[in-house]
Write a protein that binds this ligand. Sequence first.
Ligand SMILES: Cc1cc2nc3c(=O)[nH]c(=O)nc-3n(C[C@H](O)[C@H](O)[C@H](O)COP(=O)(O)OP(=O)(O)OC[C@H]3O[C@@H](n4cnc5c(N)ncnc54)[C@H](O)[C@@H]3O)c2cc1C
Ligand code: SF4
Length: 495
Amino acid sequence: MNKLIYVPFDQLNQQYGALKTADPKSDHIVLIESQRMVSGRSWHKQRLQFLVSSARHFAKELETSGFSVTYLESATTVTGLSEVKAKFPKYELICATPNSFKLRQDLKDLGVHFVENDFFLTSSDLFKIWADQQKSYTMENFYRAQRKRLNILMSGDKPVGGTWNYDAENRLPPPKQHDWGKSLTFIADEIDLEVTKQLPENTWGNLTEKVWATTRSEALVQMQHFFENHFKDFGPYEDAMPATSWTGHHSLLSPYLNNGLLHPSEVVAAAIAKFDSGEISISSCEGFIRQIIGWREYINGMYWYLGEDYRNSNGLEANRKLLPLFHDPTQTEMNCVKSVVQDVQNYGWTHHIPRLMVLSNLALLTGTSPQEFLNWMREVFIDAADWVMVPNVIGMATHADHGVLMTKPYAAGGAYISRMSEFCKPCKYDPKKRTGDDACPFTTLYWDFLDRNLDHFKNNHRMFQQINGLKRLSDLPQVRVRAHEVLNRLDAGSI
Ligand SMILES: Cc1cc2nc3c(=O)[nH]c(=O)nc-3n(C[C@H](O)[C@H](O)[C@H](O)COP(=O)(O)OP(=O)(O)OC[C@H]3O[C@@H](n4cnc5c(N)ncnc54)[C@H](O)[C@@H]3O)c2cc1C
Ligand code: SF4
């Protein structure tokens, strides 16, 4: 039977999903540019440009490969698909199982036949078998099982190098006068320029140079660039937050892994090949492999395992509205926050630690609604997708799931940011102080957060040390007063 193959914008790969077995002689491909998706929210310009331009380039590549393709701009995905379906009544409409609860349901309702989604290394069935056997869903245990199952960095049944985890060697702060190298830029072609011209007015952020690839060949150039120039130093400086580089030694591969231009198996194979050449330390290689076969697969597995309602969790009853500084970094003088939000504004990206320990930490400590924060993150990050944002924000970042994902919250005062970044020296606030006009808002709010949420954490043995520290604070009443002032001024955009 002839197939009508629907390709969502996050399955752009001819070797995987529904296109794997497609036949240009008999099958027809359809991509839908949903206007609800394009203008329904205030997306970051670069995010929207990247998603739409990649899809339009991909449609053109399919035509070059001999396929007949319908690329349709339609009010919604469902209306577009219904229209195409009516034109091809004898074709079977198929799609690789979609990556979000919503699209899965919408397509199911439309009678779309799902084929295997092999854009990840772990199926949700396989993940469920692992998760059902766990007392707590520790990523480290999942990761070790992945290393064994996929036979990656293994020497028989032992980890290569004798240790599973090199995190202890991989937590260095940014060294002085370090050369972080240059990031790549790409040349915008006709398709890119046309998409940019058509961006709706309600978009946010800046778009000047083309820093994000929109074709598979450009994504492969980015991958090569990482392995040649940054992989060696990836491990040691994985957590470092330099002030002079927006990329550090990170790969910048998440957008392409998430929209299908790259597949995790080829990124892992390239990492192992480079490691085998002897130029890369085991700590860098293991640190990177852990992100791909561990964290990425774990987060995707947990998204499906925890179900659709998980996104609504609010275990700490955090109901503050999103702070104005998230949309306008001029509304704060906190140097770390201002710099990180400016990076997001300029690139739609910042690496894991600024996401977690600056942006999310601020949302957590201020008691910002996890759902409001999630919506913002979804709109402004280049690599955002439902499956990856929901567990990262609800579980890892805001502890809104009451510890299902992480046994303790990633809450920290200014001392952590001071140690791991170059932001504090030029800042008007002092990371060591918790009271007074120049007290670091993170430091004040850290203690106030523990104080406000004491009931939630007092029986958590992993919080024992922090709670003990709180009990020893002699100036807690003054901290509370300063915290009240900090929260009001954050709401007003004047701190
Ligand atoms: C609050 C919060 C929100 C996040 N939202 C997203 C998101 O929307 N999309 C996204 O891809 N990542 C997200 N991450 C994870 C991580 O920050 C990004 O994957 C990473 O910064 C992307 O940059 P990179 O490709 O240079 O990553 P590298 O540091 O080079 O790491 C390599 C790859 O590992 C994978 N990875 C590492 N950690 C995670 C993780 N926690 N979850 C999923 N994949 C991971 C990514 O695919 C990444 O490309 C989030 C993390 C936090 C704390
Ligand atoms: S002092 Fe506080 S607010 Fe200023 S940069 Fe450091 S952590 Fe951020």
